[in-house]
Design a protein around this ligand. Structure first.
Ligand code: FAD
Length: 419
């Protein structure tokens, strides 16, 4: 009997890996271990449907309990892996138990970056990564009146949107000059700034948090900014990015650079160890430099790289080659992003920015490399195919709402360039 496939981390990448390994014909034992109490669950609704009361924790479960028995996947929860012995091929768990492996997959994800200021860990300051975090924020929102969200990225803004929708007063503090500054072009950033302001959120950009100040009860009572301002609040939600959980790999001597370095199939230099999901950094054919490894924090990347890693285990390696995509829901606006843009890309707007129904195309050397769409799901799907097919596209045609995007995908004069 083989020592089997051992997966550390029971979330999207870990689940997909186990599932895809079985689907691709792996017949050995599969053990999926996770340090959380809940069975694998969906994380995106934590800052959306769950905080809005539209989804319940039970409704977030990725697989029904029967699935694990049917697929012969041993799910072990509340178990933490603490060390990897690559020579003996075994993993030590908290408490000392040792599990042997034939294949080992690191799907350990990421954790919230702590707020590095005095008072950053006061009671009443919350991060949002896990179901427990979301339930704690939900409980806080039942009694709090005013919440300060630190970080104007996706997690911060989705949380601000949910809390504001629930009627709380919300301040958002962002160190950068623009919301979502690292991930969207200025037009999209401005659109979301306007949206939040219209909803009554107070935005503070280019604002650096100096400290969190406690009240008489020891809980956070104010956010102090470097410019001397003080934002009174009953609670703080911190969304300032994540840190990859790559310490196990580092300690085992595997190359890491804020994420476990792997190839497009999820392989580390150790032939028996792979990694996938938010903890992994991998080359992406749609990145500006396909050889430059990227870490993408998205469900799609976690699932797709896990499938690629499973193909290695099944003996038929198929590299990850998909166009990266992501979405975010804030109030009634759905943002969908496909591809990877750069600040120098040509930006072409199609649709009505003011009305919140548009796509912003990013072109590099005449090809669409990235699209940000707001409330344009059908158009977005076509745009994603344009990125995939690497066709040349004319900026004026893309901007014209009467121009059929589909025609660019049909055989004809707009022939695809070599990849
Ligand atoms: C609030 C929120 C909203 C999001 N919204 C979106 C969205 O709209 N769209 C989108 O595409 N993505 C979204 N994401 C990102 C998405 O959830 C992640 O990309 C995805 O969860 C990555 O999956 P993963 O399996 O790699 O890692 P994770 O989901 O982080 O899971 C890793 C698991 O491993 C466990 N673990 C870590 N170390 C150990 C250890 N040593 N032993 C045992 N277990 C361990 C962790 O506790 C965790 O359960 C959101 C994330 C959050 C937190």
């Amino acid at each position: 009997m083989t020592a089997g496939l051992l997966i550390i981390g029971a979330s999207y990448a870990g689940m997909q890996l186990a599932d895809a390994a079985r689907a691709k014909g792996y017949t050995g034992p599969i053990t999926l271990i996770g340090d959380e109490a809940a069975a694998p669950y969906q994380r995106p609704p934590l800052s959306k449907g769950l905080l809005l009361g539209k989804q319940t924790p039970e409704g977030l479960t990725i697989r029904a309990p029967a699935y694990f028995a049917e697929q012969r996947i041993q799910l072990r929860l509340q178990v933490r892996a603490e060390a990897i012995d690559r020579v003996a091929r075994r993993v030590t768990l908290h408490g000392g138990e040792q599990l042997p492996y034939e294949w080992l997959v690191l799907a350990t994800g990421a954790r919230s970056r702590p707020l590095p200021v005095p008072g950053g860990d006061l009671p009443g300051a919350y991060g949002l990564r896990s179901l427990d975090d979301a339930l704690a924020i939900d409980a806080m929102a039942r009694t709090a009146r005013r919440v300060c969200v630190i970080g104007g990225g996706f997690i911060g803004l989705e949380t601000a949107s949910a809390l504001r929708t629930r009627g709380l007063e919300v301040d958002v503090v962002e160190a950068g000059a623009q919301l979502l500054g690292r991930v969207v072009p200025p037009e999209v950033s401005d659109y979301f700034a306007r949206l939040h302001t219209e909803q009554g959120v107070r935005l503070h950009c280019s604002a650096v948090v100096e400290a969190l100040q406690p009240g008489a009860d020891g809980r956070v009572a104010a956010v102090l900014l470097a410019d001397g301002r003080r934002l009174d609040c009953d609670a703080v939600v911190v969304g300032i990015g994540v840190l990859a959980n790559d310490e196990l790999a580092q300690a085992a001597g595997l190359p890491c650079a804020q994420g476990v370095l792997v190839d497009a199939c999820g392989r580390t230099p150790d032939p028996w160890i792979l990694a996938a999901g938010d903890c992994a950094r991998f080359p992406n054919p749609f990145g500006a430099d396909p050889a430059q490894p990227l870490r993408l924090e998205s469900i799609q990347a976690a699932n797709d790289l896990a499938r690629a890693a499973a193909s290695v285990i099944a003996g038929r390696p198929e590299p990850y080659q998909a166009v990266p995509w992501f979405w975010s829901d804030q109030y009634a606006s759905k943002l969908q992003i496909a591809g990877l843009g750069l600040p120098g890309d040509l930006r072409v707007l199609r649709g009505e920015l003011e009305q919140g129904r548009f796509s912003l195309f990013l072109l590099r050397a005449g090809r669409v490399v990235c699209v940000h769409s707001v409330n344009r799901p059908a158009e977005h799907l076509l745009a994603r195919k344009l990125i995939e097919s690497r066709v040349q596209a004319d900026a004026a045609a893309l901007a014209d709402p009467d121009f059929a995007l589909k025609s660019l995908l049909e055989p004809g004069p707009a022939a695809a360039l070599p990849a």
